[in-house]
Design a protein around this ligand. Structure first.
Ligand code: NAG
Ligand code: NAG
Ligand code: NAG
Length: 433
């Protein structure tokens, strides 16, 4: 279907790319509609959110040069490694924590094989310690951590909350937006706030809806103020986006239309979503640097890289992501869209680091989870996005989620690495970035 007229005038490589965009777009459109059904945009969050006074974070002066060196030494490349069997298993289960989204609560939904919970990530050159909730809470003491992004941000947030709750149960202190899109928890034990802001593009956007256009509108030169307006009250961001960029969309820059992705019937130029994705991240990081760089309060920004999905068959047929074991080292190369999306994020974080160099209080890092996640085809809910999908036998059609991750599951590892980044930062001087 992707090979008709508009492609014919294009050079071959572009044609190939365009076919790829179209293919990437089609399956997820049907699928994502299931998960991300549109809701009306909520009113300004800050009208209702209680705000704390800005927190002054004392910088660096306490860490000695030796400590800095040690911190550099232990900086490990977490991206390359393998999954090894782990007897210990997860820190939580499907009932010990009240915040797991139904569709990701695989144990409770009757997933029969539970071996997927007994793997730990072993980076090539170092050890990745088991998540220590107490260390995390100590490092985050008196701070506000905000996850911003799409349902993958929520998936990671819920993993973190479940692990932290194993030592200190948080209170849900704020909730707004359908489907739990905006929430905040408080850990009274450590004066910590953890928030989630729904913002699937990070930049300003209008999500497609049943009663509006069936494509997204993205405004690539301004950030989404639903989260950005709270920026002065946030000490650490975890930004996580990606899959929403595969949807049909029209892209704006300033007052003009830049182009579109998969918008037959609209008279706009197809430009795919890779460059647009880059622009969205660039605008986001640039805005954070502009607004917070020169600010006396320190801020840390983590960008979680693209999370691969694992569809092997039709999304609505049994066995869409049937694997029950991780890939072995070298078995599954990182390539195609997964590789391209990750690369864009890593590059933009590096570019932003260079731009923020003069600001001692602003630190950025990519949480590079794409490869290790790619190696976990076994970690998705699949049919267990719904409770007991085979209670009446195997039916013709069954919805599958091969995008999000079961909780507990491989996504817990993302937060283990996040903790290591925070520990490394703690041991480093903020001076010189
Ligand atoms: C889940 O964890 C809680 C608390 O640790 C425990 O009481 C409960 O028995 C566990 N449930 C299952 C199904 O393992
Ligand atoms: C957390 O939020 C509460 C209000 O909900 C506020 O009083 C407190 O200062 C905040 N703490 C931090 C560390 O942001
Ligand atoms: C589509 O856009 C082109 C260039 O802007 C314009 O020349 C053409 O008339 C438009 N076609 C339609 C059907 O609007």
């Amino acid at each position: 279907m992707g090979t008709t007229s508009p492609l014919k005038q294009q050079p071959h490589s572009f044609t190939k790319k365009l076919i790829a965009w179209t293919l990437y777009a089609l399956l997820p459109i049907a699928l994502l509609r299931l998960y991300f059904y549109p809701i009306p945009l909520p009113q300004s969050l800050t009208d209702q959110l209680p705000h704390n006074d800005p927190i002054i974070i004392t910088t660096s002066s306490s860490s000695s040069p030796q400590e800095e060196e040690r911190a550099d030494e232990i900086a490990c490349d977490y991206t390359n490694g393998k999954w090894v069997h782990d007897k210990l298993g997860p820190l939580y289960n499907g009932t010990s924590c009240g915040t797991i989204k139904d569709g990701q609560n695989c144990i409770i939904h009757g997933r029969p094989d539970l071996g997927y919970m007994n793997w730990r990530w072993k980076p090539k050159q170092c050890q990745l310690p088991r998540f220590d909730p107490n260390s995390f809470l100590q490092l985050l003491q008196n701070k506000h951590l905000a996850f911003v992004g799409d349902s993958m941000a929520r998936n990671q947030l819920e993993s973190l909350l479940c692990m932290l709750a194993s030592v200190s149960p948080p209170d849900l202190v704020y909730q707004d937006g359908g489907d739990n899109k905006f929430r905040r928890w408080n850990f009274a034990s450590h004066n910590i706030n953890v928030s989630i802001y729904w913002s699937p593009f990070l930049v300003k956007g209008l999500e497609k809806s049943n009663n509006g256009p069936n494509y997204n509108k993205l405004y690539l030169d301004s950030v989404d103020e639903r989260w950005a307006m709270d920026m002065n009250h946030i000490d650490m961001f975890v930004l996580s986006i990606g899959h929403w960029f595969l949807h049909p969309a029209v892209y704006f820059e300033g007052d003009s239309v830049l182009g579109c992705h998969y918008c037959p019937g609209l008279n706009h130029t197809e430009i795919g979503f890779f460059d647009v994705f880059r622009k969205a991240i660039k605008t986001t990081l640039k805005t954070i640097i502009e607004r917070r760089g020169a600010n006396a309060n320190a801020i840390d920004v983590i960008v979680t890289t693209f999370s691969p999905s694992h569809f092997e068959g039709d999304w609505d047929k049994a066995g869409a992501c049937p694997k029950t074991k991780p890939f072995k080292e070298g078995e599954k190369p990182l390539e195609g869209m997964d590789a391209d999306m990750r690369k864009i994020e890593v590059e933009e974080v590096e570019a932003a680091k260079a731009n923020a160099k003069q600001f001692a209080g602003l630190r950025l890092e990519a949480l590079d989870v794409t490869k290790l996640s790619l190696m976990r085809p076994d970690g998705h809910p699949g049919p267990y996005m719904n409770p007991f999908p085979y209670a009446n036998g195997v039916t013709d059609r069954v919805q599958n989620d091969c995008v999000h991750w079961c909780l507990p599951g491989p996504i817990d590892t993302w937060n283990e690495i996040l903790l290591e980044v925070m520990k490394r930062w703690k041991g480093q001087s903020r001076k010189g970035g």
